[in-house]
Design a protein around this ligand. Structure first.
Ligand code: PLP
Length: 484
């Protein structure tokens, strides 16, 4: 009986928490349950020793936002200055009330005028036409590079875009190349595809080392992968090429060209997490996005290997769950014809209507201008403090945009216990580097975010953290290596 194979299941309720023991059942439980599998069969499936996992599941506590349940991320906890999270604070989000009220009124009046109420109907699979049209114009004026409506597919944000790409155009048993440190929740998302292999690529001075990427691609490309007319890429290189998370750095134009060439020559996709591109603090326009280098006029153009995965989360509001994939015609066609998009008829048809109005009325442009001014001030406040107070045995690169600064402590210092200590003693915290690495490397690094707190709070907290580093080294009696 299944229950015998499954073993005892016990439920405990403790202070609103349910904990229970379950055996970890891999695929094919029914074979074991029927008693039909021999010991050898079970061994070959790796199921000869059923083992137990103890889980605790909280019973729906009253939480208000994503960071509420996790003290390491809770930016709203006023007893600590938490510099961990890449999300805007209430001082910025409050403007969304007026913006959305105006956009909603405009969109509903437009629907009333037309009298067909398509906004409440199933949409088209690539996303509301008017929204893509306004988005293409908006991106063209903000990137300073042309963006075509027909290259855009609307998504529920970059996370959803990534999921769509993983499930639609990539071999189910393919390879995902990632930078040695990268957006940590993308790493979590990749773990949900156990047949795909994640391969880390070393970095040099906070950007990918392309010689190493080339070597790894050559080592992997001739293995066997499941490809067909939809699964057209045996691998993808997932990266944040502009204002990287967590390092803050950007690929140079030469590096971009080399990545494009490598992807064409070796038939893999490059999935660019382009969520920070429009938050640039130095020049009139941001650095060209990598997609811009995959020029369809090139003689070796292969229908598009670069995919730009964009989002309104960092430039408007994370709650709207609106983003876009910008890609060449062959990927557009596969996505447009995917059952998932067809069944739902666009993923967020109504909200896309509101975004179309925000863009059309130029409300988003004005809001983005104000965000850039605010974040630029916060980035300067942080870097001014680091320039003055960061001990000379630590280092960092000054980002030109985005949310993050990546600090390197001496190689032999583990930032995890340091951060715990800093939080306890000084009430300041950020995320230790190992969280961003697939193998828990970069232990000596810390990522600081400028997204949530005011410039004054960030400057104060960063000064405290710099002094805490010196104090920690003294308390732990560590002699810094000044030759690093
Ligand atoms: C690099 C990167 N990609 C994606 C996301 C999430 O984007 P979205 O809210 O559009 O899903 C984040 C948020 O922190 C991020 O830093």
């Amino acid at each position: 009986m299944a229950s015998k194979v499954a073993g005892k299941i016990c439920w405990k309720r403790v202070c609103g928490t349910r904990s229970f023991e379950i055996p970890r059942r891999k695929i094919g439980t029914s074979v074991a349950a029927s008693g039909a599998a021999s010991k050898t069969q079970l061994e070959s499936l790796g199921r000869d020793k059923p083992f137990r996992t103890t889980m605790s599941i909280e019973v729906d506590p009253y939480l208000r936002h994503l960071f509420d349940a996790d003290p390491a991320l809770n930016v709203y906890n006023s007893s600590i200055v938490n510099l961990s999270v890449g999300a805007p604070g209430p001082d910025l989000l409050k403007q969304c009330n007026t913006l959305l009220a105006t956009a909603t009124r405009h969109r509903l009046e437009e629907e009333e005028k037309e009298g067909k109420y398509y906004l409440f109907q199933y949409g088209i699979t690539s996303g509301l036409w008017e929204c893509r049209e306004e988005l293409a114009k908006f991106l063209t004026r903000r990137y300073g590079d042309p963006v075509a409506r027909e290259d855009l597919i609307l998504t529920c944000g970059a996370t959803h875009g990534l999921q769509l790409i993983l499930t639609s155009v990539m071999a189910p048993d393919g390879v995902i190349f990632v930078d040695e440190v990268t957006y940590m929740i993308a790493l979590d998302a990749f773990k949900q595809f156990p047949l795909k292999r994640v391969v880390s690529v070393p970095m040099k001075n906070d950007v990918v080392d392309l010689d190493e990427l080339e070597k790894l691609v050559q080592a992997e490309r001739h293995k066997s992968y499941t490809l067909n007319e939809n699964k057209i890429f045996w691998a993808m290189y997932y990266t944040v090429p502009t204002f990287h998370n967590p390092t803050g750095m950007t690929l140079t134009p030469d590096m971009c060209k080399r990545v494009v060439k490598m992807s064409r020559d070796n038939a893999f996709a490059v999935v660019c997490d382009d969520v920070y591109n429009l938050l640039h603090y130095n020049n009139e326009y941001p650095p060209h996005r990598l997609f811009n280098y995959d020029d369809s006029q090139d003689p070796d153009y292969t229908g598009g290997n670069i995919i730009s995965n964009g989002s309104f989360s960092k430039i408007l509001s994370p709650a709207l769950r609106v983003g876009w994939i910008e890609c060449g015609p062959r990927v557009v066609n596969i996505l447009k014809n995917s059952g998932i998009l067809k069944s739902g008829g666009a993923v967020n048809h109504y909200v896309s209507g509101l975004v179309a109005s925000l863009l059309h009325l130029k409300l988003e442009d004005r809001y983005l201008d104000s965000l850039i001014e605010t974040y630029k001030g916060r980035m300067k406040a942080l870097c001014d403090v680091l320039d003055e107070h960061l001990p000379n045995y630590c280092s960092y690169n000054h980002p030109e945009g985005g949310y993050f600064v990546w600090i390197k402590l001496p190689e032999d210092i583990d930032a995890l216990p340091f951060m715990e200590w800093c939080k306890q003693v000084y009430k300041v915290m950020a995320i230790p580097g190992a969280r961003f690495s697939n193998h828990g490397e970069s232990k000596n690094c810390i990522r600081i975010s400028i997204a949530f707190h005011s410039a004054e709070t960030i400057a104060k907290a960063a000064t405290i953290m710099c002094n805490a580093i010196t104090e920690y080294m003294r308390v732990k009696n560590v002699k810094p290596n000044l030759n690093m």
